[in-house]
Design a binder for this molecule. Structure first.
Ligand SMILES: O=C(CO)[C@H](O)COP(=O)(O)O
Length: 156
């Protein structure tokens, strides 16, 4: 049986840098992950969060990676930025149930976290849980997500 391993991008602004670094290391050690691509920021770098959020979301949209983790102060700016890229669904998560449903209900492929909002151990746990879920387009949630696809494609 072929086991799919994820190609995952990570990115942050300076407010999310420490969590991004720890999460990147966790993912590199995770058997479910094939490759981790770090879109920055690097140590000591500073850039507005949309610069990273948009680049990472474009990598998801193009298929360069399967999924991505973005960290900023709240996670919100990264989610707003990533959601501007057509076909990308990003969600800010801070609890386990929303983490599961972000994938199983919403086909979320970009998880965003707030370094100034949740503790590091919770963030690490949510990432580990999140990469364990898969979206089923044939589930009852599939038809709901299709409404979003139709809107994006002008098929309303
Ligand atoms: O959390 C952020 C954006 O949602 C970012 O890390 C900080 O943004 P700022 O409050 O505008 O500096």
């Amino acid at each position: 049986m072929t086991v799919h391993k994820w190609r995952i991008a990570v990115g942050s602004d300076s407010a999310g840098y420490e969590y991004k670094e720890t999460i990147a290391r966790d993912l590199a050690d995770d058997d479910r992950v094939d490759v981790v691509i770090d879109f920055g920021v690097r140590t000591g770098e500073s850039t507005p969060y949309p610069n990273v959020g948009l680049s990472v979301a474009e990598a998801v949209a193009s298929g360069e990676v399967d999924r991505a983790i973005l960290v900023c102060g709240t996670g919100i700016g990264m989610a707003i930025s990533a959601n501007k890229v057509p076909g990308v669904y990003a969600a800010t998560v801070s609890d386990s149930y929303s983490c599961e449903r972000s994938v199983r209900s919403n086909d979320c492929r970009v998880l965003t976290l707030g370094q100034r909002v949740i503790g590091l151990e919770l963030a690490r746990r949510l990432v580990s849980e999140w990469i364990g879920y898969a979206f089923d387009p044939d589930s009852p949630s599939g038809a709901k997500v299709d409404v979003i696809h139709a809107y994006e494609e002008g098929r309303e």
